[in-house]
Write a protein that binds this ligand. Structure first.
Ligand code: TXA
Ligand code: MG
Length: 321
């Protein structure tokens, strides 16, 4: 396990081509300088991620975005001015200087200006774009604390910058402007569909990726049906129904009926606040996963606002392997 580092150390390490786990307001990212193919190749290697799944490039300012994209349509720019810095990723036609490895050979690049103060200061001081997928092993639950990163990637990682628990807790919303026409929501996340549409009008949303709709995975190569999965079997269900025998865990939104039936109960938000539920989701999934359970039953949350992102992650976690 390598060391926790200070912000200047993180900047220096990135300049040397090393990888640093960096805090963002969504989840921790596994960062390396996006312009250097050798560094980017190591990101894929450490994460165990297939190279057909492109990375998000993080920059500190709109000027820096202009340097890595070849066009920036007005609607995309409106979203950028409304929601950046923040949990929104825009997929835009890429500029030549972004290596093909970053974009998995696609002519578009995913870009984000994160809001976390450490991420912003790091990007400003570094003055180079940083490619960063979530700092988890491929297909596993994303990290929302530095300890989560150390647990999963500590042995292979150069450095971890600890910026505390992530305030949003689910990944950024990914919106594509790669094709002409109506923008397309590739991944629900920290900015709700309602908020996007309030700024730019209708956004296409292909069928959520489930076992019945695997085709959408080709639009956003990373949105594979089985993703965000704990090792313990997880299924979606009604927590008031009869449960199977054995040590069963419950992942509940506001409350759990007759909790004594369960070995462990995790409540995401007693007051029914979707933002709080999102912030708690991945840590709760990890605690359940570490509890030696036979199975986990999770209930869906209301399907609006951040609830869509939460239900998307739950559906993927429960996807029948
Ligand atoms: O909140 C986040 O977005 C976090 C933090 C670290 O910024 N990052 C993150 O990265 O979640 P990752 O690699 O786990 O997810 C990136 C998603 C994937 O679904 C990927 O397929 C999609 O963005 N993506 C990246 N580039 C793309 C492109 N050019 N076209 C379509 N989808 C793209
Ligand atoms: Mg990820």
């Amino acid at each position: 396990m390598r060391e926790f580092c200070s912000l200047p150390q993180a900047v220096a390490a990135l300049k040397r081509g090393e990888l640093v786990a960096i805090p963002t307001e969504t989840v921790y990212g596994l960062g390396g300088v996006a312009l250097w193919p050798g560094t980017v190749a190591r990101i894929f290697e450490v994460k165990g991620r297939p190279t057909f799944d492109p990375l998000i490039v993080h920059v500190p300012t709109l000027d820096a975005v202009d340097e890595i994209v070849s066009s920036f349509p007005p609607a995309a720019r409106s979203l950028a001015t409304h929601f950046w810095p923040g949990p929104l990723t825009l997929v835009l036609p890429k500029a030549a200087q972004i290596p093909d490895l970053v974009t998995a050979g696609l002519p578009s690049v995913a870009v984000r200006i994160p809001a976390h103060p450490f991420a912003r200061e790091l990007l400003e001081r570094l003055a180079l774009p940083v490619a960063a997928p979530s700092a988890n092993l491929f297909g596993r639950v994303s990290p929302t604390t530095a300890a989560h990163v150390a647990d999963q990637l500590g042995d292979q990682l150069d450095w971890i910058l600890d910026g505390g628990p992530c305030s949003v807790g689910v990944e950024s919303t990914v919106v594509s402007f790669a094709e002409a026409g109506v923008p397309c929501l590739l991944r629900p996340g920290g900015i709700s569909l309602e908020a996007l549409e309030a700024v730019i009008g209708p956004v296409n949303w292909p069928q959520p990726i489930t076992s019945e709709h695997p085709a959408v995975a080709q639009l956003a190569p990373g949105t594979l049906p089985q993703h965000y999965a704990p090792l313990t079997t997880i299924s979606l269900g009604d927590l008031s129904q009869t449960i199977p025998p054995g040590k069963i865990g419950a992942l509940a939104f506001q409350s759990c009926p007759r909790p004594e039936r369960f070995a462990v109960v995790e409540i995401l938000s007693p007051l029914g606040d979707l933002a709080e539920a999102a912030a708690q989701l991945f840590a709760a999934m990890r605690r359940l996963d570490c509890a030696g359970l036979d199975a986990i039953i999770a209930e869906r949350v209301p399907d609006y606002g951040l609830g869509r992102a939460i239900n998307d992650r739950l559906t993927r976690a429960a996807w029948n392997r």
